[in-house]
Design a binder for this molecule. Structure first.
Ligand SMILES: [Zn+2]
Length: 247
């Protein structure tokens, strides 16, 4: 069975000479030049690379894998609603879904997450804005079982850059974005300045406690959907990542 997936695209311009079909590709950002050199083309409306014709063997490495289902197996899309500071323990290697899944899998996962959210932030409703340097990003919602020391991925949520910066407040602080992040937190939640500061303090206390114990990861909502994970980074890299987050 061919992995090539065809999708009908209604061309607004109608002058492209395409027969209305696109042979979509899954090209990660780091491989775009390579794919382009092999004949891949970019569709700015669909924001996706495609093969201009069938039978292009050189583009085989980017032929898409089957779509990820819109609801991951066991995912709870009501889990962890709203905007809050959400720091991943330093003892967990899985700090960012993008760096922990295979690159091709990241593309199809990102497409599913932004697509099912209607290309809007699931928290504040903003869309992408190139001029404002605001993008849509995938964020992980975790459940922490303290007694069993199991950290389970419960949901992936589509966040705009502004909301994502709030959730990773430690990183915002070391990159000089904390004032902007606090302002966005207050704007979205209606918290006062004092309430926002209190909320951030509590989040760091929770982070500190959770960072004292190792966590067994449950990533079954990804692996059961056929997503391939990269091997975990070594301990030194994890410490570096933890320092980066905490600042
Ligand atoms: Zn947002």
């Amino acid at each position: 069975m061919t992995a090539i997936m065809e999708a009908t695209l209604v061309s607004k311009e109608g002058t492209t000479g395409m027969a209305g079909k696109r042979l979509w590709l899954d090209v990660s950002f780091s491989q775009k030049d390579q794919a382009k050199a092999h004949g891949a083309r970019w569709d700015p409306k669909a924001r996706r690379w495609y093969a201009p014709r069938t039978g292009m063997e050189a583009l085989q490495p980017w032929m898409p894998l089957p779509d990820v289902p819109d609801l991951l197996p066991g995912e709870d899309r009501g889990f962890g609603d709203g905007l809050f500071v959400d720091l991943v323990p330093s003892t967990c290697w899985f700090t960012n879904v993008r760096t922990c899944v295979d690159e091709r899998d990241w593309e199809r996962l990102r497409r599913m997450i932004t697509g099912r959210a209607g290309r809007r932030c699931e928290v504040c409703g903003q869309g992408e804005d190139r001029d404002a340097r605001r993008w849509l990003e995938a964020h992980e919602r975790w459940d922490y079982d303290q007694r069993r020391q199991v950290q389970s991925l419960r949901r992936l949520v589509c966040l705009c850059t502004d909301c994502h910066t709030v959730t990773h407040m430690g990183h915002a602080q070391i990159t000089g974005k904390s004032a902007q992040a606090v302002a966005h937190l207050r704007h979205v939640t209606g918290m006062s300045q004092a309430e926002a500061e209190e909320h951030i303090d509590v989040a760091f206390e929770v982070w500190s406690l959770r960072s004292q114990v190792p966590w067994t990861l449950d990533l079954s909502i990804l692996t059961d959907a056929g997503v391939t994970l990269r091997p975990p980074p070594d301990a030194a890299e994890r410490v570096h990542e933890a320092n980066r987050q905490l600042g």
